[in-house]
Structure formats: C-alpha cells, structure tokens
Ligand binder design. Structure first.
Ligand SMILES: C[S@@+](CC[C@H](N)C(=O)[O-])C[C@H]1O[C@@H](n2cnc3c(N)ncnc32)[C@H](O)[C@@H]1O
Length: 191
C-alpha cells in the first residue's frame, strides 16, 4: 500500500509550482543558494541547455552549492547579494526562488534581510517572463524573519493585479510560526 497523501510543505509547494511552469532550456534564478538543494532542483528542471543563476553572500554556501551541483554546466554561481541581480542578469527569467533566512548548519546571525530581499524581488519581477513564477519561502519563527516576512507580504499585496497573481500558502493551526510560501505569477498573455 502506498503512503497516504500529505499536504505539501512550503518548499515542496514552491518546487511543485516551478515544475509546472519551467521547461528544459529556461533561465531561472536561485536568489539564496545556501546548501544548493534548490539550485540542484532548478538545474535538473532546466536541463543542460538551461541556466540557473545562483546567488549567496556566504563563501560556504557557494562552496556547498558548487559541490551539490557537481559541475553541471547550466549552473552559474555568483558570490554576491541578490540585491545585485540587476548588475548581473539582463535577460528574462522563467522563475526565481527565494528561500529566506539563515544557512542551515551555518551562522544563524547571517540571514536575509527585508530591505535587500524586497530590492531583489523588485528587480526579479522586472525580468520575469509571462507565465513565470517567483517563490518566496518565509521563516517568521525568528525575529528578523518575522520582520522580513511582513515586509515581503506588504510588497506582494501591492503588486498590480492586472499583471501579477499572488498566492499565500500557509498552515493556520500550527505552533511555532512554521515557514510559509508567497508565490507571484506574471500572468500569461493568454488568459
Ligand atoms: C535558507 S538558506 C537557503 C537554502 C538553499 N536555498 C538550499 O536549498 O539549501 C538562506 C541563504 O540566504 C543567504 N543570504 C543571506 N543574505 C543574502 C543576500 N543578500 N543575497 C543572497 N543570499 C543571501 C544566506 O547566506 C543563506 O545561505
């Protein structure tokens, strides 16, 4: 007998939304490379003819992502903050992932911050193709994460509804402020 179905966690839902939209050969961004799990998922999804541009401010994160993606030609690593995306990415992208907070098993003092995250999100929506998606996994369980989550929610709420559709995916009965997801889709020209 197979396992009974279980509601997806925030990160699983983010991957599912990306898998539905991203095709082999697409260009995408991993705005927070960390230990490279999302980068590897994106690299497998876009394939050898695609491009995954990965960003992180920590040397350890870039190293871990390089090791996890093990020389995949579609992976480009950028050891710089995602707020610098406009200086590096000049072509449209089909998706971007932001998995916020701190590096698991790393320095918990080094976390993403609301101002730089929102700056990066603004630069990515300008690059997002029609039908493309941005996923943001938020971690309100620590003080900076809670502040950042509020800033991202405020930003997302204000996006023009004629261009973007924004969803919130969140448990509402769990203790300890579990992670949740905001996803922004640039509406396709066909609806
Ligand atoms: C939760 S981890 C990401 C997990 C990762 N996506 C994975 O699959 O393992 C968050 C990462 O954001 C990074 N970070 C913090 N500020 C950043 C910034 N301004 N630009 C890019 N990355 C940043 C941290 O160094 C940390 O590695």
């Amino acid at each position: 007998m197979g396992k009974p179905p279980q509601l997806k966690r925030a990160i699983q839902m983010a991957h599912s939304l990306i898998r539905e939209r991203v095709q082999p050969g697409d260009s995408v961004i991993d705005a927070t490379a960390g230990n490279g799990h999302d980068s590897l998922f994106l690299a497998q999804t876009v394939g050898g003819n695609g491009l995954v541009s990965c960003f992180d401010i920590q040397e350890a994160a870039i190293r871990n992502t390089r090791e996890r993606t093990n020389g995949m030609q579609q992976v480009a690593l950028h050891h710089t903050g995602h707020e610098n995306i406009p200086e590096i990415i000049h072509s449209p992208v089909k998706a971007a992932t932001f998995n916020l907070g701190y590096l698991p098993a790393g320095d918990k003092q080094i976390t993403t911050g609301g101002e730089t995250t929102v700056a990066a999100l603004n630069s990515v929506i300008a690059l997002l193709e029609a039908g493309g998606i941005i996923t943001v996994v938020l971690y309100p369980g620590h003080p900076e994460g809670e502040r950042e989550a509020k800033q991202v929610e405020a930003w997302a709420t204000e996006l023009d509804q004629s261009i973007f559709t924004v969803i919130l995916y969140q448990t509402i009965n769990q203790r300890n402020s579990p992670p949740y997801l905001i996803a922004v889709e640039r509406r396709s020209n066909f609806d």
